[in-house]
Design a protein around this ligand. Structure first.
Ligand SMILES: [Zn+2]
Ligand SMILES: [Zn+2]
Length: 85
């Protein structure tokens, strides 16, 4: 994988690949987990509450706002005594 030099929540990512050069992707951001996914591979659903797309992960089928989800991840990380981002 190349190095991601620019990543926008809703827009595009520019990846600098040593072999292929500069690659650009249209991206979308999951309104629930915040994951960035390539728009071309989007398999998620649209959340009616957020009026935004999800990444398609089963956990994201339910509406859990991103901030709440971060809190949950933080708690889980503390329990495991390591930080996962
Ligand atoms: Zn998601
Ligand atoms: Zn939602």
């Amino acid at each position: 994988m190349g190095k991601v030099t620019l990543l926008r929540p809703k827009g595009y990512a520019i990846v600098v690949d040593p072999v292929k050069g500069v690659l650009e992707y249209d991206t979308g951001k999951c309104c629930h987990c915040g994951r960035i996914y390539p728009q071309s591979k989007h398999a998620g659903t649209t959340c009616i509450k957020c009026c935004a797309d999800t990444c398609g992960h089963p956990d994201c089928d339910f509406c859990i706002p991103e901030e709440k989800r971060f809190d949950m991840q933080e708690k889980a990380a503390r329990q495991k005594n390591k930080i996962i981002i």
